[in-house]
Design a binder for this molecule. Structure first.
Ligand code: 6CS
Length: 344
């Protein structure tokens, strides 16, 4: 069921010229939730290069970076109504629309071995079964999921225990599950769109935020935060979605095959990119701010947060119901099997 389309979304369509010229040359519009130079941008640019090459230029791909069309939730809405064809839609923002997807917002669910995460995110029968079906009911075709790196807390004080998080306004993405997770950790979660985070930190309406290193660098959060803290609680994951009708009924069989093939080719590519970006950007942060305090929580300190996250699993089942239980248990089994194969 499509969310009520807002005047703001209509404004976005007109402002970006998305209502004009749709019947002319074949152009696939791909909106990302991050700025130029980000992990999602690298993915979209490589996707563009491959599609344009494979189609001999018959198809062009226009990439819209964050800020050019709207918030993450609005990008998803644009895909649903067919104004754009493709977008990143991260679980942290999709939760209110597709409750099942919030499973990825449960802390300590994914593996500490990112090879395991990559394998499950690309091949999972749960993700490409019941989770994809849930997206399809909201007009979205799930094309792929990929990890973007360990999510690091930033703050202006040391955080090692839930007590350190008391009254700490931690900015989260807008998923209700993330709000529950940070409540369980002892913080005061404050959901807000990505574009407002820097200002929120600078003006003091939030005390900290949580994101992969590459984002902390490119969004300049590190300029107004003195601590980076690794608690190992979460890997940032994103989906790439297409309009369901567009995918099934508007693409030719050849175009659909080209799209699927390209998406499959990009899984290894983006996995390496995110790893490289996160390493390089940490060096950049430290070069720019040598006083940045880096704290890695010990196993004992992490165990306290991990223990608290168990209640978040129950909350997920309460929120989503029996289909949520099946999704959670199925994914846990898949991560366990992949860890047995690749190492935990
Ligand atoms: O924190 C956020 O809202 C965002 N973080 C990343 C790394 N990508 C997109 C998302 O919107």
């Amino acid at each position: 069921m499509l969310k009520q389309s807002s005047t703001r979304v209509l404004g976005l369509l007109l402002g970006a010229g998305l209502l004009a010229g749709t019947a002319q040359a074949v152009e696939w519009k791909f909106a990302i939730e991050e700025i130029s130079g980000s992990v999602q941008d690298r993915y979209a640019q490589e996707f563009k290069r491959l599609i344009e090459e494979k189609s001999d230029g018959a198809i062009t791909v226009a990439v819209y970076p964050y800020g050019s069309l709207g918030t993450s939730a609005e990008l998803t809405e644009l895909v649903q109504i067919g104004a754009i064809q493709l977008a990143n839609a991260s679980p942290g923002h999709l939760g209110s629309l597709v409750p099942e997807v919030q499973v990825f917002s449960i802390p300590y669910l994914l593996s500490e071995n990112n090879e395991v995460n990559k394998q499950v995110l690309t091949e999972s029968e749960v993700i490409y079964g019941p989770i994809a079906d849930a997206l399809e009911q909201r007009e979205l075709r799930l094309l792929t999921m990929y990890p973007e790196g360990d999510m690091v807390w930033t703050a202006n004080k040391e955080i090692r225990t839930p007590e350190d998080l008391a009254n700490f306004r931690m900015r989260t993405m807008v998923s209700p599950m993330l709000v529950s997770a940070y409540e369980a950790f002892g913080a005061s979660p404050t959901p807000m769109p990505y574009g407002e985070v820097y200002g929120g930190l600078q003006l003091g309406s939030i005390d900290g935020q949580v994101n992969p290193i590459f984002a902390i660098e490119e969004m300049k959060f590190y300029e107004v935060q003195d601590y980076m803290i690794w608690a190992g609680q979460q890997q940032f994951t994103t989906t790439v979605v297409a309009g369901n009708d567009w995918y099934h009924f508007m693409l030719s069989d050849e175009e659909r095959a080209m799209l699927d093939e390209t998406i499959a080719e990009l899984a290894d590519f983006i996995f390496e990119v995110q790893d490289e970006y996160n390493q390089e950007r940490l060096e950049k942060i430290l070069a720019d701010k040598p006083d940045m305090q880096l704290i890695e929580l010990t196993e004992e300190e992490r165990a306290v947060f991990r223990e608290r996250s168990m209640a978040v699993r129950d909350k997920f089942i309460d929120m989503v119901g029996e289909s949520g239980r099946a999704v959670l248990e199925g994914l846990l089994a898949e991560f366990e099997a992949a860890e047995a194969e690749l190492g935990g």
